[in-house]
Each structure stands twice: as C-alpha cells, then as structure tokens.
Design a protein around this ligand. Structure first.
Ligand code: 13P
Ligand code: SF4
Length: 338
C-alpha cells in the first residue's frame, strides 16, 4: 500500500492563545515598532490571519501568494515576517542574503507537519512519472523535492500549466487538492494532510448558519472540506476573499476561514457585516500557530534582530527553483497561463 501521509494530527492544542493588551501599551509598542522599522530599513509583511494590532503596523497584509511576491521584490534590508514558519522560510529562500525575522519560531502549521520530506521521498520513489506540486504550506525540505509550488491563490493556474505527460502528485493538502481537481478536471494523487482549523467547519453547522442568514452569501477557503465547499457561493484564497466581498452587493457575508480575516475584511469593506462561520467541536476558529505572534514579540524580535530564520545554502538553492517557477507562471498574462 502506498503511504500518502496522515490526515490525523493528534495533540494540537486548540485553546485560543490570545491575550489582549491595554490600549496605552498597544500604542506605545506600535510607535516603537514603526521607529525600529525606520532604523533597520525593515519591511513588515503580515498574513491576513495575524492579530489586528500586527496587521495595523504592517507595510503589507495579504495571502501567501501576495506575501511571497512582496518578499521577492522587496528592497528592504531586513524582512520582518508576521505569519507562520513556512512563510518566513519562503521569504528567506527568496532573499538568502537578508535577515528574515519571525516573532515566534514555533509558529508552525498542521499541513507542514503532516508531510515530512522523507515520507514524501518514499512516495515519489514509487512512480518516476510523478510531477510534484507542493502547496506552499510545507517545509523547505519538501519544497526542495518538488517541481513547482502553489498557493491557494494560484493552484488552479499552476496545475493547468503542469506537463500533460506526467502523473500529478499534490501535497500536502487533500482538500485544496480535491478542489483543484474539480476546477481543472486533472486527476492527481493527493497527500492526506489537512488544515486542523479549516476541517472544523462541517456541512451541518454551515447549513444551520445559512438558514439563520438566508440572504448572506458564504465565502469559504479551499482548505475546507468538499461538504462545506459545496455550500459556498465562492471558494477562494484569503486575498481573493477581499476582492470578492468588496465587489459583492450583499450587506452581510458569512466567512468560513480563520478569524483574523475578519479584521482585514472589515477594514477593506467598512459598510458590510461579516459573520464568522461557527465551528462544530473546536473552541474557536483561530489558528493557534498564527496567533503565537504578538505585538510584544514583534517588537522584541526587531529590537534584538532575532529570532531569525536560517537555512542551509544548499537547501535554499534547491527550494528556490520550484518557488521561482510558481512566481513565473503567476506573472504570465492570463491568456498565456497554460
Ligand atoms: P492563503 O494563501 O489563502 O492566505 O492561505 C494560507 C493559509 O494558511 C490558509 O490556512
Ligand atoms: Fe496552517 Fe491551517 Fe494555520 Fe493556515 S490556518 S497556517 S493551513 S494550520
């Protein structure tokens, strides 16, 4: 039997980690962070799931694709990455000569954990025709073993551009992978990993919230299960959620993704109401890894120039090629996307 990963990740502590600081402390820290940013010639990149106070001091807030594009083009000397480890690692791979800071090095990801590079190598060895497409939510070692990287924002495009004579292996998110198969009609072998936050939304609970708000459309992230995606009006990356919600005429929208997204949506669409989709068993819809970063830790990492993301130069070289391939495909004009 072929080993295609393990969807169950026992032992993830689902307890929310958030601690709210008094407003004066928040203001003082934010002012210091902006001063440090100037002094260090740093850029602060933040994912849409970061806590509001981090989003509010960042130079750029966005999804994994936007963040990697920003990291590829920044001229800043220091990159302060407010997101999870694989995102900061991607920034380091694209900028080997720069200091890349991550406020908390323990900010991992259940998808990254589900796919160790040695198990991927064992699966790849079973079929020499495999063309490996890795969702960016994976380690540098997995990226180094992949032909091309994708994010939720460009996965359909990346799969459409894959060579027709190869067998596609998609790692590590089985839900994003099955959604991309539906969109492209291209069969793929899927690694059985998932996001422990997004699989908390169930068909039953989403049906209930839709009945409570019959006029509100639902946007869901492709990391949600198929049963949930089928109930959605739009399935897309976190950045496309902003564009979709801005363009929608609906005054209220149900959102099935991590809770940090609500702050970004509220800022971008001030007149609208965003309803966080409730989860069945989980005590919250927060990613505990994303929430390990706090404004205090952001301040301290800039003051101390650490913790830093460091990688072996050989690994950087091997992991960079599939990321650059992704960036190149994403930058093609749409009519030449294939
Ligand atoms: P996006 O690239 O859509 O922001 O997704 C990243 C992620 O980790 C979702 O859980
Ligand atoms: Fe990983 Fe899920 Fe957290 Fe995104 S929300 S970083 S996929 S654990």
């Amino acid at each position: 039997m072929i080993d295609v990963g393990d969807a169950t990740l026992a032992g993830i502590d689902r307890t929310p980690t958030r601690r709210v600081l008094p407003p004066q402390r928040l203001d003082a820290l934010s002012r210091d962070i902006l001063a440090l940013k100037k002094k260090l010639n740093a850029v602060i990149l933040a994912h849409n799931y970061q806590v509001p106070e981090i989003q509010d001091v960042a130079d750029y807030v966005g999804d994994s694709l936007g963040l990697s594009q920003q990291a590829a083009r920044t001229e800043a000397g220091v990159i302060v990455f407010c997101g999870v480890h694989f995102m900061a690692e991607t920034a380091k791979i694209l900028n080997p000569g720069k200091i890349v800071l991550l406020p908390d090095l323990d900010a991992g990801c259940s998808l990254e954990e589900s796919c160790p590079a040695d198990r991927l190598a064992a699966l790849q060895a079973t079929n020499p025709k495999f063309y490996t497409i890795a969702y960016i939510n994976c380690s540098a070692a997995v990226k180094a073993r992949s032909d091309v990287i994708c994010t939720s924002g460009n996965a359909v495009r990346i799969v459409q551009a894959a060579p027709a004579d190869r067998d596609l292996l998609f790692v590590p998110d089985e839900n994003l992978g099955s959604w991309v198969m539906e969109q492209t009609g291209r069969p793929m072998t899927l690694w059985k990993g998932n996001c422990y936050v997004h699989v908390e939304w169930t068909h039953a609970v989403i049906t209930r919230i839709r009945k409570e708000h019959p006029d509100a459309p639902l946007v869901a992230h492709p990391e949600c299960t198929r049963a949930v995606r089928l109930l959605a009006d739009e399935v897309c990356s976190t950045e496309k959620m902003v564009t979709w919600c801005r363009a929608s005429s609906a005054p209220a929208i149900i959102v099935a993704t991590e809770a940090g997204m609500l702050h970004r949506l509220q800022k971008e669409c001030p007149g609208k109401t965003f309803i966080p989709a409730p989860t069945e068993n989980c005590r919250c819809n927060e990613c505990r890894f994303m929430k390990l970063n706090t404004l205090e830790k952001l301040h301290d990492c800039m003051a101390n120039l650490g913790p830093r993301v460091e990688l072996d130069p050989g690994l950087i070289e091997r992991a960079r090629r599939p990321i650059e391939r992704m960036l190149e495909i994403s930058s093609r004009p749409l009519e030449n996307a294939g």
